[in-house]
Design a protein around this ligand. Structure first.
Ligand code: MCA
Ligand code: AMP
Length: 519
């Protein structure tokens, strides 16, 4: 048989021989066997391939944009999209119409899958974007997608794909202007998953607690590929609930979370060493894990959380060690406050403003290269060129340093980005909406420390002369338009913004001024 680089082929090859074993067990009592995943993804892939979609001017395979509640069927739809050779485009369930309109307009998906509840407005936006196929899929397995798929065949041969062929587009908001769709290939995703399988010591008998959303890299790729490539069972939590995760620990070996999940579990008295005794590995990422959380977790459970670092554009880049590794002077220590070593195959360097490498231990911009690094931004060749150096390194937009032993520490960001509970919030996007509101002359949004979300946005607004915009009113108007996690948690109407001699707003001063707001 001809070799196929389709990511699904590799995931399918890792399924256990006994297809009747449990692959996914949900927190509402459903069990899905490996055969279920295989058969249902074949049926949906056949449905997609039978739609008669012809390639469009982009020459990329058809995109399947998906905004649905977390469910195993949504995971199956992802697998089906890979099988069909189409491109998966996951969308945060919190996005509202203006956000969805942009993504559909930009990506021109051939297929859109949404909930029945959102169908009236999503289908309108989809039609306007030229989409001819809109299906529904709900958390309770109802909806037109599955109704149509049950009539499709149960056998399907994965579409032939090369490592550089597109598998997914993940939108990351821009620091200025428009959101960019990061184009990830079958090769990006598979190579990273294979590296992590080895680096994190995935082993027979592992079981993963999956409690993250599946519309971002962390829950969709890192967690799901990890479990599937190891033929491991997932304990599937529809929504993160600290009590329920703690209750499941004795049946699991691996957990992945953003720092907020660890903070919330620590707040539950049910978390203790006995409860975590069966666990092999706790992994954190997507946002900085405070050293206090790392230490508290160790004291309470006996486990050192393994922190790693990645991006939508690159999947995973660095990781603390799982065990001693000769490649890194046999360092086996998971050092809190660091994100560990560049993963095997990843080249990472720290460069100063002048473009030269900084001396070991000094701070600069992080640049990376490797088989995991994306192919570019969807239909933005200019933006793509800007973000790469002449010798092919991607500028991560994070500021960090690497010590003599190789440990990487992220100390800040050169991109103006707030990470709140693991979700990215770009100030420029929200400032744009605020500045368009009557009564607002200008605005600035900064991230300040928050005990639960790590960091949250605070808005500072300057009124137009003679006008008196009300902070609560402004936030309410934002809430009508944008995903709610993006809404600043507080808003202040001030007389002026601090500026430097160049006239640029000094956000560092605002951050300093408001840093104690949620202490
Ligand atoms: C919910 N809210 C938030 C957030 N989440 N506000 C700020 N930041 C947040 N993260 C708001 C909602 O808008 C809502 O506001 C109110 O809180 C309650 O919403 P609910 O959904 O009930 O909140 P929750 O269930 O408590 O959610 C918190 C959460 C969730 C479980 C921490 O945010 C979450 O699952 N975060 C993980 C995100 C993630 O997977 N990131 C990975 C990105 P209102 O009442 O006004 O409506 S991938 C990535 O970053 C890279 C590649 C990497 O390295 O992994
Ligand atoms: P995203 O655009 O959602 O892919 O978010 C990627 C960004 O999340 C990175 O550029 C970092 O700023 C941040 N990030 C991910 N993991 C970590 C981590 N362990 N520590 C600090 N920041 C992180």
């Amino acid at each position: 048989m001809m070799h196929n680089d389709n990511l699904f082929t590799a995931l399918r090859a890792a399924f256990p021989a006994d297809l009747d074993g449990v692959a996914v067990e949900t927190d509402d009592g459903l069990r899905y066997s490996w055969r279920d995943l295989d058969r249902a993804s074949a049926m949906i892939a056949n449905l997609l391939q039978g739609l008669g979609i012809v390639p469009d001017a982009s020459l990329a395979p058809p995109r399947v944009a998906v905004q649905v509640e977390k469910s195993v069927e949504a995971l199956i739809l992802y697998l089906a999209t890979l099988r069909a050779g189409f491109v998966f485009l996951p969308l945060n369930t919190a996005y509202q119409s203006a956000e969805i309109e942009y993504f559909l307009g930009d990506a021109a998906p051939a297929v859109v899958v949404c909930t029945s509840k959102n169908f009236p407005w999503v289908s309108k936006l989809a039609l306007a974007a030229g989409t001819r196929h809109v299906f529904t899929l709900n958390g309770d397995r109802s909806g037109s997608l599955l109704e149509r798929a049950v009539r499709c065949g149960e056998r399907q041969t994965p579409a032939q794909r090369g490592p550089r062929d597109l598998a997914a587009i993940v939108y990351t908001s821009g620091t200025t202007g428009r959101s960019k769709g990061a184009m990830l290939t079958h090769g990006n995703l598979l190579s990273n998953a294979q590296v992590l399988k080895d680096y994190w010591g995935w082993q027979p008998g592992d079981a993963l607690i999956h409690a993250l959303p599946i519309f971002h890299v962390h829950g969709l790729f890192v967690a799901i590929h990890g479990a599937l490539l190891n033929g491991s069972k997932m304990l599937w939590h529809g929504k993160f609930d600290p009590r329920r995760v703690i209750a499941d620990l004795p049946r699991a070996t691996v957990f992945m979370g953003v720092p907020t999940l660890y903070v919330r579990m620590l707040a539950d008295p049910a978390l203790n060493k006995g409860q975590a005794a069966h666990m092999r590995l706790f992994i954190s990422g997507s946002a900085p894990l405070l050293i206090e959380t790392f230490n508290d977790w160790k004291a309470r459970t006996g486990h050192a959380i393994l922190e790693r670092y990645g991006m939508s554009e690159t999947v995973m880049l660095t990781s603390n060690p799982y065990r001693a590794d000769a490649r890194y002077q046999n360092q086996s220590e998971r050092r809190g406050g660091t994100v560990g070593f560049p993963l095997p195959g990843v080249s990472l360097r720290v460069r100063g403003e002048d473009g030269a490498d900084v001396p070991t231990g000094e701070i600069g911009g992080i640049q990376v290269k490797g088989p995991n690094v994306f192919r570019g931004y969807w239909q933005m060749p200019g933006k793509t060129r800007e973000e790469f150096t002449a010798d092919g390194f991607f500028k991560a937009g994070d500021v960090g340093k690497q010590d003599a032993r190789g440990y990487v520490t992220i100390v800040g960001r050169s991109k103006d980005l707030i990470i709140s509970g693991g979700y990215n919030v770009y100030p420029a996007e929200i400032e744009g909406y605020l500045n368009d509101m009557p009564g607002v002359l200008e605005s600035a949004i900064v991230g300040v420390p928050h005990p639960d979300f790590g960091e949250v946005g605070v808005a500072v607004v300057i009124a137009r002369p003679g006008m008196q915009p009300q902070a609560e009113q402004l936030l309410a108007e934002l809430r009508d338009r944008l995903a709610h996690f993006k809404i600043p948690k507080r808003c202040f109407v001030e007389l002026e913004l601090p500026r430097n001699t160049m006239g640029k707003v000094q956000k560092n001063l605002l951050r300093e001024q408001y840093k104690g707001l949620f202490a």
